[in-house]
Design a protein around this ligand. Sequence first.
Ligand code: FAD
Length: 441
Amino acid sequence: AVSVALFTADLRLRDNPVLHGALRDAPEVVPLFVVDDGVRAAGFRVPNRAAFLADCLADLDAALRERGGRLVVARGDVVAETCRVAAAVGAATVHLAADVSGYAARREERLRVALAADGRRLTVHDGTVTAVPPGAIAPQGKDHFAVFSPYFRRWDAMSLRDVLRAPRTVRVPEVRSARLPTAPGLASGTPSPGLPEGGESAARRRLRAWERGPLDAYADRHDDLAGDATSRLSPYLHFGCVSANELVHRARRHGGAGADAFVRQLAWRDFHHQVLAARPDAAHRDYRDRRSEPWRNTDALAGAVTAWREGRTGFPVVDAAMRQLAHEGWMHNRGRLLVASFLTKTLNVHWRVGARHFLDLLVDGDLANNQLNWQWVAGTGNDTRPNRVLNPLSQARRFDPRGDYVRRWVPELAGIEGRAVHRPWRLDADLDYPDPIVEPW
Ligand code: FAD
């Protein structure tokens, strides 16, 4: 007997319920990844994530080869290709991770129907992408939590499934495979120069360095822009190179205030996933509009939006964060908050404009976390203070008190010492740096 493990956002061997389920089912398994035309058509395959994905697939293939197997790659429509491979090897069952976007829900349904028409079965595994499955906890009479604090109380009391070991051997039957994709084969365009390396092996290295180093100080230091004291595990979580379930288990075992604060952030990830699972249209539409200010016409603000994208707004901390995004395909959470507030609350440009730019560049770019965090900041989401505006100057003074973050990312200002770097317009200096695009306040 043979089964198929269809990899999606779970590109790992450790703690992978999909692979585990497939191996329990049958002595031979096809570990399958389909380079899905639907993902490209949705505009979701961009150079940064393509480069990271290529690393992930190469690493997964190498790890499977160490265990006697290999990754099988197909290209095209994910449903048609999975059915073709299942038929070629005579698999009775295909295993898949439950996921939350509208696209993932349609994929699952189409796959179930198409496999059933061939007399095959689809087995869907919860708790692969998130630690607590969406829908596992909900307020009385509702399908999801709209506010984080009560969600977190219930989430924190849940017992999680045990962490699954990586299999020792994986026997793969004879079946045709396309070549492993390269980054240019996945998306055209040039990736950012400072991208992290993708894959489960790189995720394990980062995780070990995180646990040995910054984790204990995370509660106090996570907002320090220059200190870079967060885990940077988000791209690995996005592609499933490490599981949220394992991270929560390990952090709880590690213990302490830093680990507690880290677990709380992982709960935010699950929180947004359960919102999107219940309201997939929130990826594109306002979750609930409680803004007091109307949106301004983006065409009239085209110059300001371009300046924001390019990190030339004249507000150094905003520009530093936008340039970090362009260079690394990643931005510090405090940076994300303040640049999103600047676009949606100061310029009053619609959150979708900013969310699209983020999705074009972020390696961790993810519908649940990106769209819903944008909505949170914009005042159309779950924030209990929808009309709060973050002032870039007070944010800079609090979270980059010495100005190191700005000097690192804005070379035009690198010669200015101390916190004066946050207000270059006050200096009597000839700087090759723009004036603020709105009056500083
Ligand atoms: P850490 O501080 O080490 O946190 C650990 C993990 O907790 C993160 O890897 C992430 O999985 C989760 N997490 C932390 N904060 C949040 C949060 N606010 N919401 C959801 N999960 C969180 N995160 C993404 O993964 N993908 C996105 O596309 C994304 N877009 C964002 C857009 C905006 C406007 C904002 C304000 C936040 C966004 N975030 C997004 C959330 C957060 O900024 C990143 O998860 C975090 O900066 C990743 O860095 P880290 O792994 O070092 O985080």
